[in-house]
Design a protein. Structure first.
Length: 340
């Protein structure tokens, strides 16, 4: 669970004029980053119902979209969600239409929904990006190279067969082999270099292949955002669609869950126990004794005020600690230390 990314308090601006903001006294008239959707009126999902819904008798899990941050019933996502442990984040139908580029990634990264696909026509649209002229030329060039290599390999196989040719035929064979051996390493190195060259944009590489676009929500594993392309063109596209946060690993549901767990562990810590753990055995015993003495004397001191029905003032607390320190010094001075 996480709050809205762009939401900021409106106290002190035109919406709540009578309330002064204690964090930022000087504020703009309106916070343009705030988006008051149906969630702020207690309505969720495409059905615009409250949660919990007293009229809804169907048990269903609410899932939050990581783009629009609205909450949806699992049965209103257009697809049956996978088991809760199989995916970490969900993008709703409307946000998938808004972030259309995610469909290219979904074919490779998304967790399949629990729906039975009967046919491509029933379940979605198959998209294929047309090849550019440069891609067609490159494919044609590679095809010609492969055809030439195959032709020369066949010639070598024929030359290797036993033959009763004359001396001139042997010289011709030797000439063909020499030319082939000189040419083959160069073309092999070139082909290997071309095949290992990394594509400039991951998204364009995925869009050049067939992928399925459906009118459903999508479900994603924990590390899918790290595999989004971060080239200059894609970053510009994210900015135009206002989804720059998709490339922020600190924005993920897993990151929020880890932060929440860490905060809870910090709150559960006992300062006294942390201090005790940093001391040796003798210091621990002395501290515990001092703590018990302070607790007993302070309880007795405050009980008198409760019995009399009087208010405890600051001067009373200050007087108590002065007397407590004085008694402690007297006890320390009376102690005798012996060395064996």
């Amino acid at each position: 669970v996480f709050l809205s990314r762009n939401f900021r308090c409106d106290c002190g601006n035109s919406k709540f004029k009578n309330l002064q903001c204690k964090l930022l006294p000087e504020k703009c008239k309106v916070n343009s980053g705030n988006k008051y959707n149906d969630n702020f009126y207690g309505l969720y999902c495409t059905c615009k119902r409250p949660y919990p819904d007293p009229e809804d008798e169907i048990p269903d899990e609410m899932i939050q979209c990581i783009v629009c941050e609205d909450w949806f019933h699992g049965r209103h996502l257009g697809a049956v969600p996978p088991e809760s442990g199989d995916f970490h984040e969900m993008v709703c139908q409307a946000c998938m239409n808004h972030c259309h580029f995610l469909w290219a990634y979904a074919s490779q990264l998304a967790v399949p929904a629990l729906t039975k696909v009967n046919s491509l026509e029933d379940e979605g649209i198959v998209l294929k990006v047309e090849e550019s002229e440069e891609q067609k030329k490159e494919i044609k060039k590679e095809s010609e190279v492969e055809h030439q290599e195959t032709k020369e390999e066949k010639q070598v196989e024929q030359f290797n067969e036993p033959s009763t040719s004359s001396g001139s035929d042997i010289l011709k064979i030797y000439g063909y082999c020499s030319k082939f051996l000189q040419k083959f390493p160069v073309e092999t190195a070139k082909t290997t270099s071309e095949s290992t060259e990394e594509p400039v944009c991951k998204l364009k590489e995925l869009q050049s292949k067939e992928f399925l676009k459906k009118d459903t929500a999508t479900f994603w594993p924990s590390n899918w955002r790290s595999k989004l392309c971060t080239c200059e063109d894609c970053l510009k596209m994210y900015s135009e669609l206002e989804v720059q946060f998709l490339t922020d690993e600190c924005d993920t549901v897993l990151a929020y869950e880890n932060k929440g767990t860490s905060d809870q562990e910090t709150e559960r810590r006992d300062p006294l126990m942390d201090t005790l753990n940093s001391m040796n055995r003798v210091q621990q015993v002395e501290l515990i004794c001092e703590y018990n003495d302070l607790k007993t004397e302070l309880t007795d001191y405050l009980r008198r005020f409760a019995d009399e029905g009087t208010v405890v003032k600051r001067e009373d607390i200050q007087h108590f600690f002065e007397e407590f320190q004085s008694r402690k010094r007297r006890r320390t001075n009376r102690m005798q230390y012996y060395c064996s």
